[in-house]
Write a protein that binds this ligand. Sequence first.
Ligand SMILES: *[C@@H]1O[C@H](CO)[C@@H](O)[C@H](O)[C@H]1NC(C)=O
Ligand SMILES: *[C@@H]1O[C@H](CO)[C@@H](O)[C@H](O)[C@H]1NC(C)=O
Ligand SMILES: *[C@@H]1O[C@H](CO)[C@@H](O)[C@H](O)[C@H]1NC(C)=O
Ligand SMILES: [Zn+2]
Length: 617
Amino acid sequence: MAPSDRPLLAREDSRDSEREATEEDALLTGQAAPSSRKQQSKWQKYREAGLSVYAVLATITIISLAIVVNREARRADSRPSNPSQPDDGWDRDGKPTGKRNLIFMVSDGMGPTSLSMTRSFRQYIDVLPQDDILVLDEHLVGSSRTLSSNSLITDSAAGATAFSCGKKSYNGAISVLPDGSPCGTVLEAAKKAGYMTGLVVTTRITDATPACFAAHVDNRGYEDIIAEQLVGNYPLGQVVDVIIGGGRCHFLPNTTEGSCRADDKDIVKMASKDYGYNYIDNRRDFDSLRSEGGVQLPLLALLADFDIPYEIDRAHVNDIYPSESEMAKVALDALSVATQDSDKGFFLMIEGSRIDHAGHGNDPAAQVHEVLAHDKTFATVLEFLDNSDVPGVVVGTSDHETGGLAAGRQIGQAYPEYKWYPAILANATHSASYLSHKWVAYLLSTEGEKASRKQKAKFIRHEMFEKDFGLYDVTDEETDSIIDATIFWPPVWIIADIISQRAQIGWSTHGHTAVDVNIYASDPRHVKPLIGNHENTEIGRFLAEFLEVDVEAVTKELVKKGVRTHGVEGGSDYVLQRPQFLDDNVSKSKLWIDALRGHHDPYSSDLHSGAYLWRNE
Ligand SMILES: *[C@@H]1O[C@H](CO)[C@@H](O)[C@H](O)[C@H]1NC(C)=O
Ligand SMILES: *[C@@H]1O[C@H](CO)[C@@H](O)[C@H](O)[C@H]1NC(C)=O
Ligand SMILES: *[C@@H]1O[C@H](CO)[C@@H](O)[C@H](O)[C@H]1NC(C)=O
Ligand SMILES: [Zn+2]
């Protein structure tokens, strides 16, 4: 049902100017049909071009419909015909009576506008009617207030602590309370109660959201310690049975290529020797996991040095990195098989991590593809639940909104148009971060080092904006702004702004905002306490209550046994933190170029995502 793995619509001739984009917009919004002959014939052409796509879509739609109908039928079956006679493992209040599974999905940084923007984008690229909405849209149950204990605007660490511990804490806290003491998490409590557990993310597994489920440090920057705790090197031992994501660099000793640890500890070795992990680090082994069926647990699958590439970029290197939904599917199947003969099910957290990064980068094209990938993953989870005999629920929400995204933007002094242009985003085949890498790599090349201003402008125009964004009208002023970029360097934000302006998509910040975020669930009858508007901590408490596990007991154990909650000051736990010279102007950009030597894999995110800057994603 969700479309994200399909290629973008072939770029038809009819999409070659903004005026035509406007016409298509009119078609899309069902406004007055084009009146002139010329417009008619263009519409005709557009329809013909779309026809073959339609055939494919129709097939997909029929298959999807079959799935939906089947799902609805199952749902109907599972509804108690007589409310006083619960069946199928659910009681009258919509709670499971016995064995159960819980999937918690975090859409990091996804606010309500991300949904509106992505919904319209999808309708545009797949030529769908207005009522063909996202899978998430169909499962909206409520909204969440997100403030943290020390700010009206939360970060992901405090946000995830609200989910994992059910408690408010300060920005930067990884499952510790404002007084610095550790708080037990739903995942840890679930493991103790006999559930199997898992974490699947598209960022570093040591990043704030996943860390909050099985680590306790007083600053999210201590990713080296988080890596150790995640595999079991802390008082509770091994608690996460399935770990899939990026962040390999924090698990390799500093003597190894690709390491970003401050010390020479080998966490991969620790994981396999001391805690029994089955370690894999590449797509080939990941795929063989799938074909083998039964996966040997615990599993530590670290599939990228740092973050998994943005979906819009990943699609080009699908042979190297799996998608969010593929990773989720492997985890669901592995946990399902592993709990087959148990009277307890599993708890799995899945994060669409990089919606947030696209928000920090103010990159609308990257973001719509991230949201589509997450929507598809939500559909994958629903399908799993529908096919499972074990009663289960998926709850999805965001920790906060990122970017102050607005689907509408005033360009210049004139009163704004009431339009934004999905066609612009549809033309992009890479992220602004990728273009930024390309620019830096060019400057570092022998060709780039010798290039005149004019040659640089030509490179920007053709090799970056035309090739990767499908934008053909970049102005001299804009190429100048990239060549002369000063304070923010590399100029990833300028690149993103050029596409945002044309799409008439607005952003109010490169950080987070305080707007309420949505709550989604497989079935409102199973998440009654989450219907309506809630504090984010209520979501955390719901998770523990659904599983009927004792988070407080874990807190007591952690406090009693003591857990090391901070790292080495000045250690390279902070190695990727904002370098001081970023505050300086262009005269220092040479320093940046040097810092970026060896950092220009266009699919790696680190220094180009816009999110790395302050390490407070
Ligand atoms: C999209 O790309 C095509 C070429 O692939 C180009 O002709 C068209 O003008 C672009 N559309 C927009 C809105 O820039
Ligand atoms: C690697 O880690 C060891 C301590 O574990 C430290 O003494 C050494 O300086 C580190 N090397 C580098 C290059 O960071
Ligand atoms: C940029 O740096 C130079 C020297 O480092 C300094 O003279 C100049 O005032 C700075 N410009 C701005 C706008 O900060
Ligand atoms: Zn963020």
